[in-house]
Design a protein around this ligand. Sequence first.
Ligand code: SF4
Length: 358
Amino acid sequence: MDFDLDDHIRMALKAGEMNLKAMDILDQANTEHFGDPEPTEVPTGTVKGPGILVTGHDLLDLEELLKQTEGTGVNVYTHGEMLPAHGYPELKKYGHLVGNYGGAWQRQKKEFDEFGGAILATTNCVLIPSDGYRDRLFTTGIAAVEGVRHIDDRRDFSPIIEKALELGDLPDAPGRPLVTGFHHKAVLGLADKVVQAVKDGRIRRFFLIGGCDGARSGRSYYTELAEKVPDDCVILTLGCGKYRFNHMDFGDIDGIPRLLDMGQCNNAYSAIQVAVALAEAFDCGVNDLPLSIVLSWFEQKAVAILLTLLHLGVRNIRIGPTPPAFITPNVLRVLQDNYNLMLTGDVDEDLEAMLRGE
Ligand code: SF4
């Protein structure tokens, strides 16, 4: 069978449509099981006592570990994409879910080495460990690394709990708290306030800055961009790209926080729901909203999210800091012609263009 360019585009957009459905189903599964996330301040650093650090995306693994560690004296910490777990009522109710430690996946070798307790890697984005923490690292679910102990689907976490107890107390070393839990239901709870603030000119523009993070220095683009977004603009974020700037104090606009962490990469679904609701409130299309989308790119989940946004007909998206491997000159031309997809460039020039609505 021969495929032409249009067939390939149709198939790519179909994949985006399927990803939207998958994110919708996952959102329903998470909210039905764990409740609707609510804005939550999350301590960072460590507290005195034995600890287990959980990284990855799988909230069921985290829940099971919380159940099994209850009453053992072992504290549980989130790492990377597990941060949004703190917003879910059925997870935050566990008093020994004590906080978040570290940043995005690419810093894990340094951070896991420094974290003195046991570590559980769920789902993807786990790196080959150094000898400094190999014997303290456990994997589960679809995550597996050669030479590292794997806990099977029955989720019996007793080996990692024993390891944490054997390793002993972590120091009392608190850091600066973070805020997460701005699921679309929480943001839409503020919808009247937000719409009025836009109408009054107190909110000029929304920036969706997020996606997958990576190690290259060019990713400081996202930190610089977030820093330079004017004070009358709101930043929506998701995925581990947020660790580039979520430690900064962005303040609020008349009680509306200027930085809204919507959750994991899969919570791009929440960002889409917010954009659709705002478009309805302003009686316009999503492309006519005062909204700029800048995706941080690492060939992972961000691929599916980009295809979903294209399936929804969203234009003027910027991606960077480097072009995805599949962007040949031909593909880029098609995406530019049809969606005005852009690669990130100079922060100041991009920001000026976005503030002009380009
Ligand atoms: S947001 Fe992307 S890079 Fe980050 S942990 Fe999730 S899949 Fe990995």
